[in-house]
Design a protein around this ligand. Structure first.
Ligand SMILES: Cc1cc2nc3c(=O)[nH]c(=O)nc-3n(C[C@H](O)[C@H](O)[C@H](O)COP(=O)(O)OP(=O)(O)OC[C@H]3O[C@@H](n4cnc5c(N)ncnc54)[C@H](O)[C@@H]3O)c2cc1C
Ligand code: SF4
Ligand code: SF4
Ligand code: SF4
Length: 395
């Protein structure tokens, strides 16, 4: 007899939701654990032990990624508005526009009305702004895989942009390739839980949580970097490692779910037809070859992994400033392309502190690390042009 999904160890579940999407009886609900990470929970009364959820799990299938030798580019949208609203070089939006112009649908992560991150389907360009920008928290897949399948079965195109484990879950759920499906995965270092983020926003925005309209982890008004903002009513406050314990620990890599520290995707080939990341540290000849692209507005690292990916690139090429690069240069400043994040020894203490004592555990540790942060902030105050010159001199 078959069994239903059982998560034996937390590192063996990335929360992709493929199992919940696969269960047609609705016997699986994705539920938060004590730290807020989502895992499948099976309702034994509804379950008929068909085993479908086990079959689609990304930890039990053989869903290897594509192309260990992708084409690699540095690229940025030529459209300033797109660049300003995107975290990196705005290549996601250029791809999304190309798909929408051909009558397709685009899936990506957006905030719900009650400020939870979930995957949504956009079918009109006017809605695309909701998906733009990196949100540094786990997005809940909900029933997005089912919705994507329905659109594909109707013969339309779908662009699905997500973390590598979510793309793997989607492919596993679909069970076969579709000509109309273009998968875009992100270079990914890991995700904290929505519960942690909620607690942090309550702290940072004090009694104004219910008035939050938007959270941007990367606000280009502060340049191309890791500084964000929270919109409360008509005003905006800064949101970064200087005022948010969550953001601080996120950048240190201490708040991710266990599967992220054991992520198999950096070493198993890419899951997307195209992979997008930040081309941190890009400069010199590469930028000069991009015909006026401005590194202060963001430049993407683009890996083109499949023939479908190549076809998409040729569709958007006229809209982007682009230069050929290579995998080695791209990996130099982006370790997530080769190996998963490594948990610091403090990770377990911080996590257990949060589980036992709640958000105060983040606040206490954060104070202790404030000195580190002040040093980093002072470094960040050096204008980027001067920083580049120092780097050029040192390298
Ligand atoms: C959790 C996370 C970790 C990342 N880590 C790295 C890294 O270590 N190194 C690196 O180079 N790049 C990383 N990135 C990718 C990078 O931040 C940019 O998203 C990417 O370069 C695309 O930028 P863009 O300007 O083309 O598109 P953007 O407009 O910034 O859009 C990005 C796309 O990502 C989707 N997205 C946003 N948040 C999430 C989420 N939480 N889960 C799933 N999908 C999401 C959006 O729906 C949109 O489709 C990460 C992104 C995320 C979300
Ligand atoms: S075994 Fe079948 S019925 Fe039971 S939870 Fe899994 S998919 Fe649903
Ligand atoms: S399919 Fe995804 S959410 Fe379900 S158990 Fe496997 S990894 Fe976890
Ligand atoms: S690090 Fe790996 S497991 Fe974690 S969200 Fe990213 S792709 Fe998924």
């Amino acid at each position: 007899m078959k069994n239903h999904i059982v998560v034996e160890k937390p590192e063996k579940c990335c929360g992709c939701g493929a199992c919940a999407n696969a269960c047609v009886l609705g016997a699986i609900e994705m539920k938060e654990d004590e730290a807020g990470f989502i895992y499948p929970s099976v309702n034994e009364e509804k379950c008929v032990l068909c085993g479908k959820c086990v079959d689609v799990c990304v930890f039990t299938d053989k869903n290897k990624g594509a192309n260990a030798e992708p084409e690699v580019y540095a690229a940025a949208s030529k459209n300033r508005e797109i660049l300003e609203q995107s975290s990196s070089g705005g290549i996601f939006s250029e791809i999304a526009n190309a798909v929408l112009e051909r009558g397709g649908a685009v899936f990506g992560a957006a905030w719900t009305d009650d400020l939870t991150l979930a995957h949504f389907c956009v079918e009109d360009k006017s809605e695309l702004y909701k998906l733009r920008g990196s949100k540094y928290v786990q997005s809940n897949t909900g029933d997005a895989f089912r919705r994507a399948k329905k659109i594909l079965d109707d013969g339309r195109q779908v662009c699905y942009c997500a973390t590598p484990c979510q793309i793997s879950g989607l492919k596993s759920y679909l069970g076969r390739d579709y000509d109309g499906l273009l998968c875009v995965d992100l270079v990914c270092h890991g995700v904290p839980s929505m519960k942690m983020l909620r607690d942090d926003l309550e702290y940072v925005c004090s009694d104004k949580y219910s008035e939050i309209r938007d959270v941007r982890f990367r606000d280009k008004r502060y340049g191309w970097g890791v500084k964000g903002s929270v919109s409360i009513g008509d005003s905006k406050i800064k949101y970064n490692a200087g005022n948010s314990p969550y953001y601080f620990y996120f950048l240190k890599g201490e708040l991710y779910r266990e599967s992220c520290y054991n992520c198999r995707f950096p070493s198993e080939g890419r899951q997307g037809d195209i992979t997008l990341g930040d081309y941190w540290g890009v400069r010199g000849e590469l930028v000069a070859g991009m015909g006026g692209a401005d590194p202060d507005l963001g430049i993407s690292c683009v890996l083109v992994n499949t023939e479908k990916g190549k076809r998409m690139l040729s569709l958007i090429e006229k809209n982007v400033a682009i230069a050929v690069s290579d995998r080695k240069s791209a990996e130099k400043r982006n370790h997530q392309l080769t190996s998963p994040s490594v948990p610091l020894p403090e990770h377990k203490t911080l996590l257990n502190g949060y589980i036992n004592n709640g958000y105060s555990a983040f606040r206490q540790g954060y104070k202790m690390h404030l000195k580190d942060h002040v040093v980093r902030t002072v470094k960040n105050m050096i204008p980027s042009g001067i920083k580049r010159k120092i780097n050029d001199f040192l390298n």
